[in-house]
Structure formats: structure tokens, C-alpha cells
Design a protein around this ligand. Structure first.
Ligand code: NA7
Length: 455
């Protein structure tokens, strides 16, 4: 019903899909998988759940999500806090009412940037603890009228086909020109048009924004100009202004974020001047000062892409654990399979476009590819598929080479694992939907090239 549907609407839709396609009969809810180990003799995965149940399966497909494992940084004294504490990635289903409360939000990524304007409207006092400022472009969210809805629904197939041609699988157009090909007045006009359109398409203003630092600087300066115009106090505007590469961390999409700092009840605490010393019973100490709050919101993100997988004790052929295998960072073939872990598939795993793509089509592409692979085995009376080490090596090197040709590795983003202390610094997603989809199709067409198939 809107350009950006709310969580409640998306959940209603998920429930509708589950009912319409009778999926509930195949889902066991409230079940945490604690371990999965490959039984070489039986050629099966043995899967244990937290309630002690054990299951066996020929194939094990990990659809555990890229951003599903909350990152809860250890902050000194955090367990002493006597108020209410929340994590944006683990929000109470019944909602939270901050009316009349003093609230602290730690973190200013997408989640913080979306939550802060809403919390500011309810709370008596809001402290925003910002370690690194982020770029946000306006959502320009609005209801979709009946005609717009009808048009989208009438053209699903064509829209999907068009999206698949795009670098990220999203529908926004990418300007084929580099920024340097046009005058600064024309650059400004392009940025302004995309700003008014709203959403992530801003990053498609010029083809080279994510590969050329100078081009990127022009986009960065445009957004900083918008921040200066939106925020009345120049010192606050300056503290909110990022200096890094636009899009290197996930570009955020906001509704009135920067303007929120003009409110009398909102205070920005710049952690680059003084870091958090610790949490006390009553609040957060920064630079010797205690900011007292009744509620603390951790908008501190996720142990992205590998977190949910590594929380499960996964053991492949010969008992080798995935934790050992990935100690220096994730290694996969196509982000869908792992050498040494036969018959295990990962949906949108590291090494696939995943978080740098339109997630739902990417999930569909993996589901279809995996279903085809299993069908291929069954049709030939086979029961085992495993990525070869050589194919995995080659793919990991290729994923890195593509990333290193861009500006993505230049900042401390969760794409590279930099948000979780001790996590290896490896660029995890694969950049480029069309070449990726083509590669997967070729691998299948060539009889699952790079995989060893067996009985
Ligand atoms: P993000 O984008 O990882 O943002 C987390 C924020 O929390 C970010 O501002 C971090 O600062 C901050 N953070 C993390 N740990 C700390 C500590 N210890 N102290 C202070 N601040 C901290 O997560 P989101 O949930 O916002 O978004 C994740 C994705 O979900 C998003 O990209 C969309 O795809 C949807 P830092 O930048 O590390 O200095």
C-alpha cells in the first residue's frame, strides 16, 4: 500500500503467502537448530535442535538469513543497567511505547536512522550516541494509489526481468555516464532529481560512484550540503556529516532523520570526541558525564552473513567444523556450497550477491538453483554433491578481485565484518547480479561444474 511497506504489512503478507500455499504444514516453529553434522557412513546430515530432537536428512539447506543474528557489543557495565533495554534486531512484537521516557539510542546505521525520528516524537528526551555518521537519502515514502498498484501487479514478469538486468537486481536506473563526463551543474541536477525521487537509486546517479573516489566525493558533498541545510546548529550538522565514501557502508534511507536533530528534546552525543566509558544503573557515561535514561535502544546491527551459520555447530566430512574452516573468513563456492560440507547448501551465503542485491529475487534464484541441483541428482540416482576445493579457491579469489576493483573495501562496514570485534576482514558479498546469475546457470548447464557428484 505504500512505496515502503511497514513491518506490519510485510508480516501480514508473509502470513498470507504461508496460508495460501499451505506452507505451515511443512514448518516447525519455535525450533532452534543447535548442531548439524554430516554422517559420512550414512551419507546424511544429523540435525539436533535445542529441545533435544534429532532429525536426519540427505540435504541440509541453510536459509538462516544474512542479517538475523543481532550484534550485541560488549559495553562495560551493560548488565548493570536497571532500565529497559532493546535491540532493533530483536524488537518486541507488541511494540514499545516510549511516551514520557528518557531514551538513549546507540548506533546510527539504517536501523538507528529509521528508529530515531519515531522515538524522538514519543520520548521526553532522546540521546543519540553516534560513533560514525552515515549518509541517508530521503525515502520519499507515500501511499501507492490504486492505479500504481494495478500497474505493478499487471507487469510483474516484465518488472522482474528488468530488475534482473541491473547490477543489484533492483529496479532503479544506473546512469551510464561517469560523473566526470558532465559539469558540476549537471551533476547537481542529477543528484537533486534522484534526491527528490528518493531511495537507494541515488547511488545510480553516475556509473562510477562506487569505483572512483573523486566521483564519489561529488555525491558526498551533495549530501553534506543537504545535511547543512536541514540541521540548524552548524556544529551538530558537522558532527552528523560523514567524510567516508557514499555507499561504502549501506546507504541509509530515512524519513526526517537529519531534521530530528532540530528538536529541543534530541541531543547528539558524538562518540568520536569521547567514546562510551560504560553503562551505569541509570544511563550511559561518556567523557565523564552520565546521560540518564529510562530505556536504552541498541541499534548496533548484526553479525552479518556468517553470524547465524556460525552459531550452529556445523560439522562436515571428517568432522571438520565450519567455525574452523571459516576462522580466517568465509569461503564458499558461489555462496551456495562449501567444500568439505557435502549436501549442504546456503541460501544467499557469503560469496553471493545477497545483501548487495534485491534480497527476495536473490533468495528465489538460490532456491530454484538448489532445487534444480537436487532434481539433477535424483534424476540420475545420485545422492551426493560437494563443491571442489579448486572451484571454491577460484571463486573466493574472483569475489575478492571484483570487490578490490571498487571502493567497498575502503571503510569499516559490516560487509567486510568490521562491525564485530575480532571478525576477519573479508569482503563477503559478490558484486554484480547479472554475471553471478549467468555463472550459476553455466555451472548447472555444464553438469554442475566445480562440484563432485556421487552416489
Ligand atoms: P549497522 O548498519 O551495522 O549499524 C550499527 C550501528 O551501531 C553503527 O552506527 C555502529 O557504529 C554502531 N555501533 C556498533 N557497535 C557499537 C558500539 N560498541 N558503540 C557504539 N556504536 C556502536 O546495523 P543496522 O541494524 O543499522 O543495519 C544493518 C542492515 O540492516 C542495514 O544495512 C540494512 O541492510 C538493514 P560504527 O559505524 O560501527 O562506528
Amino acid at each position: 500500500s505504500e512505496r515502503y511497506a511497514t513491518q506490519a504489512e510485510i508480516l501480514r503478507y508473509a502470513n498470507h503467502v504461508a496460508d495460501r500455499f499451505e506452507l505451515r504444514r511443512d514448518i516447525q516453529f519455535d525450533t532452534r537448530v543447535t548442531s548439524a553434522s554430516f554422517d559420512e557412513a550414512a551419507g546424511r546430515w544429523r540435525i539436533l535442535t535445542a529441545d533435544g530432537a534429532e532429525m536426519a536428512a540427505t540435504f541440509c539447506i541453510m536459509a538462516t538469513g544474512c542479517l538475523s543474528s543481532p550484534n550485541r557489543p560488549h559495553i562495560e557495565g551493560v548488565e548493570r543497567f536497571e532500565g529497559r533495554a532493546y535491540h532493533t534486531g530483536d524488537w518486541p512484537h507488541e511494540g514499545v511505547d516510549f511516551t514520557l521516557l528518557r531514551v538513549g539510542v546507540i548506533g546510527t546505521g539504517s536501523s538507528g536512522i529509521q528508529a530515531i525520528p519515531l522515538i524522538a516524537r514519543q520520548a521526553r528526551q532522546l540521546f543519540v550516541f553516534q560513533r560514525t555518521p552515515n549518509y541517508a537519502v530521503p525515502a520519499q515514502n507515500a501511499p501507492l494509489d490504486r492505479e500504481a498498484q494495478r500497474e505493478v501487479k499487471a507487469n510483474y514478469a516484465a518488472l522482474r526481468a528488468r530488475a534482473r538486468q541491473g547490477r543489484t537486481g533492483l529496479l532503479y536506473p544506473i546512469n551510464p555516464l561517469p560523473a566526470s563526463a558532465v559539469s558540476s551543474v549537471e551533476q547537481e541536477r542529477e543528484y537533486q532529481a534522484r534526491w527528490e525521487r528518493g531511495g537507494l537509486g541515488f547511488i545510480g546517479s553516475f556509473v562510477d560512484l562506487l569505483v572512483d573516489r573523486q566521483a564519489n566525493d561529488t555525491a558526498a558533498e551533495f549530501i553534506r550540503g543537504k545535511i547543512r541545510a536541514a540541521v540548524r546548529d552548524p556544529a551538530v550538522a558537522d558532527a552528523l556529516s560523514p567524510r567516508s565514501v557514499v555507499g561504502c557502508k549501506r546507504l541509509c534511507v530515512d524519513i526526517g532523520y537529519y531534521e530530528t536533530f532540530n528538536r529541543a528534546n534530541v541531543t547528539l552525543i558524538d562518540l568520536r570526541k569521547a567514546p562510551i566509558e560504560g553503562v551505569t544503573e541509570r544511563g550511559v557515561r561518556v567523557g565523564g558525564e552520565e546521560h540518564q535514561v529510562d530505556a536504552l535502544v541498541f541499534a548496533t546491527g548484526f553479525d552479518a552473513m556468517t553470524g547465524a551459520l556460525l552459531r550452529i555447530d556445523i560439522r562436515g566430512a571428517g568432522g571438520r567444523t565450519l567455525r574452523e574452516k571459516w576462522a580466517a573468513g568465509p569461503r564458499t563456492y558461489l555462496g551456495v556450497a562449501i567444500a568439505g560440507f557435502p549436501n549442504l547448501f546456503t541460501i544467499t551465503g557469503p560469496g553471493s550477491p545477497s545483501v548487495l542485491s534485491n534480497m527476495l529475487p536473490s533468495i528465489e534464484q538460490h532456491v530454484e538453483w538448489i532445487a534444480d541441483a537436487i532434481g539433477h541428482l535424483r534424476a540420475r540416482g545420485l545422492g551426493r554433491i560437494e563443491a571442489t576445493r579448486a572451484a571454491e579457491e577460484e571463486w573466493v579469489a574472483h569475489v575478492n578481485a571484483v570487490a578490490n576493483a571498487t571502493l567497498f573495501p575502503s571503510c569499516n562496514s559490516w560487509y567486510i565484518g568490521a562491525n564485530v570485534p575480532g571478525k576477519p576482514r573479508v569482503f563477503m558479498p559478490y558484486i554484480g547480479v547479472p554475471p553471478y546469475v549467468q555463472k550459476c546457470a553455466e555451472v548447472a548447464a555444464n553438469g554442475y561444474e566445480g562440484f563432485a557428484l556421487g552416489a
